[in-house]
Design a protein around this ligand. Sequence first.
Ligand code: 8YV
Length: 328
Amino acid sequence: MANKKPLVIVTRRLPDVIETRMMELFDCRLNVDDAPMSQKELVQALQEADVLVPTVTDRIEAAALSQAGPRLKLIASFGTGIDHIDLKTARQRGITVTNTPGVLTEDTADMTMAMMLALPRRLSEGERLVRAGKWRGWGPTSMLGHRIWGKRLGIIGMGRIGQAVARRARGFGLAVHYHNRRRVHGDIEAELEATYWESLDQMLSRMDIVSIHCPHTPATYHLLSARRLRLLSEHAYIVNTSRGEVIDENALARLMEAGEIAGAALDVFEHEPAINPKLLRMENVILLPHMGSATLEGRLAMGEKVIINIKTFADGHTPPDRVLETMF
Ligand code: 8YV
């Protein structure tokens, strides 16, 4: 690949400047319509490309990867989450996989914080009321929510985004608690004044707000199972900007219907873009279209990372954001 431009197939539209730069550097096939590829189209792309640039909307599983052509050597994913790619099969077929970590941390943490503030204070509900023309004026007991300051926040997954959320949460007077596979360094714990819970179950039963920041892996699939969701207090709120699959969405909807959980703010869904119809009917739920990292600045930085990964690889070096199965 070192001597000629690699054929790079991009599965979705990327910001203009990124596409322009890609076309200068590589032999590029873009998706001008931005329609998500069917599985058949995806397999065809895998058969033809030297480099595939997919996103979260492409399922690159073993069945598809096993049909990849001999030229395919790199999958440079546009995004941080990597659960849409079967890393084991990619490794077995000698395909390098990269992602775009770090550059969407702050945006995702901002969005999480916005959701965390909006949910107990009933922002979406209030706006729906006004827009529906049903607001009859201020009242001392109308639209009462719950105070955020002084509450306990339980962060599941204390990686980059979890820590960025913790930093913000402290500014809003939340006490930070967390569960992680590994306890984070003492200096970070001290800076964030964060309390570590080795037992997720024990943490869940004591939190006012729970926010999910772990990746979706086989180990975290339905980490918030029906049993664990039942450990939450009926006053607790759940925020999810990670991956829908980490929560048993059906169980969540059932428990919310029964009034056993106070509310949920969800930016990601188990079967997105499909959403559990029960959730759609509830007022105490904020539903967003997977927009946690959707800033222009973030998308440009992600695109730059994709370009650097491809260029480095094409020049014969290890790309900076290489993903290994052992990382998860
Ligand atoms: C991206 C995300 O927008 O990066 C991720 O893992 O979930 C999103 O913020 C999307 O994945 C891009 O492919």
